[in-house]
Design a protein around this ligand. Structure first.
Ligand SMILES: N[C@@H](CCC(=O)N[C@@H](CS)C(=O)NCC(=O)O)C(=O)O
Length: 212
């Protein structure tokens, strides 16, 4: 039986899949595990009553398991791993926090108006650490097989590429060859192509945060 899944709709087009990296993470997990699902697109500027009733906090993603709507992508991905263990996407504990600071430092650099505040260097440091990790352990974070940590990071690296390219004309340095290869590997997967937001919606989603 298909799972009911509610994710963010595009900010400027509420009938189209939106740009929430946590929502895409859940969709990627469902796709990689080949779990059938029905998608509900939620316009976060005009949340439907049924959605607020089942999920008063009003955040996406949410997934309905056994008649109960569950929020938070960490919790959802954990339940999916338990209920649909094959193929396993479990990440070995020692690798589970690789790349976990990238989204925060990227977002800070993207919003920064001060070129001397160290936010670009902080991002470069995190990307360099990821490159070193991939050099030693790649091509995915836990080795030959894709796992949950990659599915969490992939949408965030996509936001990084699209938003920094658009707003700051900034790209990942060519010296970070393993990060570049890793992004290609992730972005070319069928699961990723099927669940990604169009670039224009990623840009529209960041616009109010970049120019408040
Ligand atoms: N920790 C949560 C974060 C989810 C989250 O922040 N979702 C955002 C959209 S990307 C949201 O629903 N925000 C509520 C709103 O904008 O009203 C998770 O991993 O699922």
């Amino acid at each position: 039986m298909a799972l009911e899944v509610a994710v963010k709709a595009a900010v400027i087009a509420p009938e189209v899949l939106g740009d929430c990296p946590f929502s895409q993470r859940v969709l990627l997990t469902l796709e990689e595990k080949k779990v059938p699902y029905n998608l509900h697109l939620i316009n976060l500027s005009d949340k439907p009553q049924w959605f607020l009733e089942v999920n008063p906090e009003g955040k996406v993603p949410v997934v309905k398991f056994d008649d109960k709507w569950v929020s938070d992508s960490d919790v959802i991905v954990g339940i999916l791993e338990e209920k649909y263990p094959d193929p396993s996407l479990a990440t070995p504990l020692e690798f589970s926090s690789v790349g976990s600071k990238i989204f925060g430092v990227f977002s800070k650099f993207l919003k920064s108006k001060d070129p001397n505040d160290g936010s670009e260097q902080a991002l470069l440091d995190e990307l360099k650490a990821l490159d070193e990790h991939l050099t030693a352990h790649g091509p995915y974070i836990a080795g030959e097989k894709i796992s949950a940590v990659d599915l969490s990071l992939a949408p965030k690296l996509y936001h990084l590429d699209v938003a920094l390219g658009h707003f700051k004309k900034w790209t990942v340095p060519e010296t970070l060859t393993h990060v570049l290869k890793y992004k290609q590997l992730l972005f070319s997967r069928e699961s990723f192509k099927k669940t990604k937001a169009a670039e224009e919606y990623v840009i529209a989603g960041w616009l109010p945060k970049v120019n408040p």
